[in-house]
Design a protein around this ligand. Structure first.
Ligand SMILES: Cc1ncc(COP(=O)(O)O)c(C=O)c1O
Length: 419
């Protein structure tokens, strides 16, 4: 066992309420406010986020809001507006169909992803929710404990109705507090046997933070030293990859090679319709395929989602270094604006969170005015309401953002954060 430091008690910060939109997508929906409840697990205090029905209702009528968005000529966030025609254009008409996930474009995608990530095998799944639960189930079934370690903002813990507990009888252990990134030092707070460690790269709820390469290596080594599996929640791994290239000369395949299983998504920064792959060794992937069927995820025809995934993968996987550089230039240009905090500073990926001081309706009305007057669409709703005068917006640099210079974005944001 590695050295363990005494268990520290972590104060449980309020769970951030999240607008559950795909990174880069423009959305008009408002996510229910999350409230945190705390519970003692394995000597550590963990923070739980649950949906409450007290979600703030937007004053603007949703139909009017949609019409306003459609009247805009430019979109600041991500790749712009998602629409049926852009999504259908991601499915070539000569796509080869699969049958129950076998053959056709599903096999082509799996093979391309496995090669790209340097893995033995890949499995296409229609949701990361299903895929990650199954991966942890497989890891736990091979071990004597059901405990899985993750950050308190882990998607499995706060957005999946606790299915990992209900369906798979797994127990979550959170060694750090909600607003701190997970580090190898935090893992010493875990005082029990562990089946798997989940590492999310980047940590979305914190605006897209990443551990250094050396710390990542230490986290995974910690898991392996105690016989636990290491699983990568790489929902936004394409977005994270340039950071490791830049800071440590490591490729995306080098990152994946540290882990026993890794999940990557095709509809967040890549902009596909839905779907993901899990990569790992052949035996693990074969076992995951059983769980895909048990979860009801072996659809008769998976080709529309797989074809869209393959198209956007080829189209955008190499763009993230440029998106990330633009994100850093934008954050630099926004420096000094009052009533605005950028998390993290500087951005480590193409994502950042803007913490804006101001009342929700006032801030949103300013964004609507921007849409009416400048024909620029910013956001319909905050990602999180952190208090009566603190709104958090998730900003992802994508194709649509590349159309704006950093100075132009500063001029737009200045209108939103004016006192
Ligand atoms: C970090 C993270 N992990 C997992 C998921 C689950 O992905 P899916 O929507 O495909 O179920 C998401 C979705 O937003 C996510 O952000």
């Amino acid at each position: 066992m590695a050295n363990q430091k005494p268990t520290t008690s972590h104060s449980t910060s309020r769970a951030p309420a999240a607008a559950k939109s795909a990174g880069g997508a423009t959305t008009t929906t408002t996510k229910a406010t999350n409230v945190a409840a705390t519970k003692k697990v394995s000597g550590t205090t963990r923070s739980r986020a649950r949906n409450s029905s007290s979600s703030p209702t937007p004053t603007a009528n949703p139909e009017e809001l949609k019409a306003l968005m459609l009247s805009c000529e430019r979109f600041l966030n991500g790749h712009g507006r998602r629409s049926v025609d852009t999504h259908l254009a991601q499915i070539p008409t000569d796509t080869e169909m699969d049958i129950y996930g076998r053959g056709g474009v599903v096999a082509e995608l799996e093979s391309e992803v496995a090669t790209l990530l340097g893995a033995e095998a890949a499995l296409f799944e229609v949701s990361g929710t299903m895929a990650q639960q199954a991966a942890l189930r497989v890891h736990a079934d091979r071990r004597v404990t059901r405990s899985v370690v993750f950050h308190p903002a882990c998607h499995l813990d706060i957005y999946e109705e606790r299915a990992y507990e209900r369906l798979h009888h797994l127990v979550g252990v959170t060694p750090t507090s909600m607003m701190s990134p997970l580090t190898s030092a935090d893992l010493a707070n875990v005082k029990e046997p562990v089946a798997a460690l989940v590492v999310e790269l980047p940590q979305r709820e914190l605006g897209g933070t990443l551990p250094t390469w050396d710390d990542l290596v230490d986290q995974v080594a910690w898991a392996h030293e105690r016989g636990a599996a290491a699983h990568l929640d790489g929902a936004r791994l394409w977005e994270a990859a340039p950071y490791y290239e830049r800071s440590a000369g490591k490729s995306i395949a080098d990152v994946v090679s540290l882990f026993d299983t890794a999940y990557v998504s095709f509809y967040k920064g890549l902009g596909g319709i839905s779907g993901c792959c899990v990569v790992g060794d052949q035996q693990t992937i074969d076992e995951l395929a059983l769980w895909r069927a048990r979860h009801g995820g072996r659809l008769f025809g998976m080709w529309p989602l797989a074809a869209s995934s393959l198209s956007v993968l080829r189209q955008r996987k190499d763009n993230f270094a440029a998106y990330g550089a633009h994100a850093r230039a934008i954050a630099d240009a926004l420096k000094g604006l009052s009533h605005l905090e950028i998390l993290p500073t500087p951005p480590e990926t193409n994502m950042m969170h803007w913490r804006v001081t101001g009342e929700r309706e006032q801030v949103l009305e300013r964004m609507r005015a921007l849409a009416r007057d400048d024909k620029v669409w910013m956001f319909a709703a905050p990602y999180a309401v952190e208090g009566p005068r603190t709104q958090r917006f998730e900003f992802n640099v994508g194709d649509a953002t590349m159309d704006f210079s950093p100075q132009e974005i500063r001029d737009l944001v200045e209108k939103i954060v004016a006192p």
